[in-house]
Write a protein that binds this ligand. Structure first.
Ligand code: PEP
Ligand code: MN
Length: 263
């Protein structure tokens, strides 16, 4: 189902009036985690003004440590929905369990399967039954073949609206949190019709490097970007060091639109 051989045209995935696919650059931005009703609304307004069309925000946070902030769960989903309605942004939230999927479908426009769950086949099949488009992040050490098979799990349940998200992979390099595999974009485009987006934030883990990687993503033909933006990155409950400030995102969004128009 995800094999380019059987699909002459790249997929266009519709979300309301927006589309993820060829001839358009989806700009998804927001905090790593929804922290409060006010925080998500403030960020939504800022990223909307800068030109984003999707709002990201985690309500279920599978953190590396079980003692770190785990997310506001259903309450966070409600705040996402309110912020989406107030700004006209489409919303995306990660789901980590069937319970989270059942809650998310009531509030958000897309769901996200995180890197750590890319081969959670039970979760993939449930995502395939939920009726919402799914952003499938690449596993930390997954090959393209394994990743595409994970997409097949979702699609085999009747949901062909899958968007692949490259978010950096594990390598020997420690200067960045992960290593952005930029070649995954053309390599995927030759193998599958599915849209491919890039998450430069988790790929590098360093705010100062995000703009360069985001521009590289556009140059290499990605269909969109998902980036972390925070009203006060120093005090963020998760992933502050890689979160852009409002000002940085505003400048970057303008540059990305100009780049996309050229390519
Ligand atoms: C996230 O998007 O907040 C996240 C946890 O990303 P990943 O699954 O890529 O680590
Ligand atoms: Mn994060």
């Amino acid at each position: 189902l995800a094999n380019r051989k059987f699909h002459a045209q790249p997929s266009r995935i519709k979300v309301g009036n927006a589309e993820i696919g060829p001839d358009t650059l989806a700009l998804m931005a927001g905090p790593c985690a929804v922290e409060s009703e006010d925080q998500i609304l403030l960020i939504a307004q800022a990223v909307k003004k800068a030109g984003a069309n999707f709002l990201r925000g985690g309500a279920y946070k599978p953190r590396t440590s079980p003692y770190a902030f785990q997310g506001l769960e259903e309450e966070g989903l409600k705040y996402m929905q309110e912020a989406g309605k107030a700004t006209g942004l489409y919303t995306v939230c990660e789901v980590t369990s069937l319970e989270a999927i059942n809650a998310a479908v009531k509030y958000v426009d897309l769901i996200q399967i995180g890197a750590r769950n890319m081969q959670n086949f039970y979760l993939l099949k449930e995502a395939g039954k939920c009726g919402l488009p799914v952003i499938l992040k690449r596993g930390l050490s997954a090959t393209l073949e394994e990743w595409l098979n994970a997409a097949e799990y979702i699609m085999s349940m009747g949901n062909e609206n899958v968007i692949l998200c490259e978010r950096g992979i594990r390598t020997f390099e420690t200067a960045t949190r992960n290593t952005l595999d930029i070649s995954a974009v053309p390599a995927l485009k030759s193998r599958t019709q599915l849209p491919v987006i890039i998450d430069p934030s988790h790929a590098c883990g360093v705010r100062a490097y995000v703009p360069a990687l985001a521009k590289a993503a556009v140059a290499v033909g990605a269909d969109g970007l998902i980036m972390e933006v925070h009203n006060n990155p120093e005090c963020a409950l998760s992933d502050g060091p890689q979160s852009l400030t409002f000002e940085q995102f505003d400048v970057l969004a303008g540059e990305l639109k100009a780049y996309a128009a050229l390519s």
